[in-house]
Each structure stands twice: as C-alpha cells, then as structure tokens.
Design a protein around this ligand. Sequence first.
Ligand SMILES: [Zn+2]
Ligand SMILES: [Zn+2]
Length: 179
Amino acid sequence: MQSQKNNNWWFEVRSLWQDTESQLVFDLEGKFDFETADNIKTLTPLDGRVFFSRVDEENVLVRIKDLKIKVELECQKCLEKFVQEVYFEELSEVFYAWSENSDDWSWDWESGGVDLAEFLREKILLSLPAIPVCRRDCKGICAQCGANLNKQKCKCVSQKKSHQPSPFDGLEKLFTREK
Ligand SMILES: [Zn+2]
Ligand SMILES: [Zn+2]
C-alpha cells in the first residue's frame, strides 16, 4: 500500500533477501501519533534504533534499541497533567510474511516493507500505567471543594479534624472508666 510508505515507521527490508546483507539498521525518529488513543499527547518525537535481520526464508527479526518517548498523562488523583517517560532498552519480535495466527506481527512481502507503527503504538501503550498518578505521594483533590491538595490546604480538611460527635464516644468513655 502506497500510503504506508509515507509513514516514518515503514521500512524497506527487501534487500535482506536480494543482497548478502545480513542486517539493516535504521534510526527511528519522528513525531508519533496515537491515532486511536485519544487522551495521549506526545511531548517529544519518538527516538530509537531498529535492526532488521532474516530469521529464515521469509520472516524478519525486528530488534529495537533505546526506544524513548515522553507523553503527557492525566493524574487520576489530582487531575493535573504530568510527563511520563517511556523507555525500552530492547524490544524484539519476529514479523511473519504469512501467518495463520492473528496474534503474530506481519510484514508485507509484496511491497518488501515492515510497518512498525502499530507495533510501536501497542508497546508504548501497554507500558503506560493503567491508573496514571503524577507521583507516589499525590494528595489528590478534596472531594468537597475540589482544591488540589498538592498545592493548597483547604478548609474542609481542618473541619474534618475538628471533633464531631460520634456514636463511639460513649464506648470510649466506658473503656476509660474501667481502667
Ligand atoms: Zn496527582
Ligand atoms: Zn476542600
């Protein structure tokens, strides 16, 4: 498909079969769009290196090294945006020319190209936290007034601390008296 060749993540690998070359190496770089994941904004271009080599008569081994990208996520506790760094030291996967298994990654024998866009998208998305939190000790927002408790203390908190009558007050007195 012609359109696929226009994306940054499409690589011609036919020469692995035509020449005696045993490996092809390319830089991975460019703006990466998460087409189907609406809430993910990329803050840096994707960066890394990709190595292609033949596994056998028709399949390609893809190895990606030092894959880096920064994305913006929304903290589920305080609702502020924060920067999440994604880094893979190495990813490796076989791309098959013909495979019956829909879980396998495939490459296009006809055009001689490997399109890594979907592969990269999936690896990056799966590496992101299911529940993004800006930092371990994020205090979140106040359920009553909506203040970001990382930035300010609201009055609701101090009200909570002030003594309110509770059904256990009587019990407490009971125990103190027995001592
Ligand atoms: Zn937060
Ligand atoms: Zn509050």
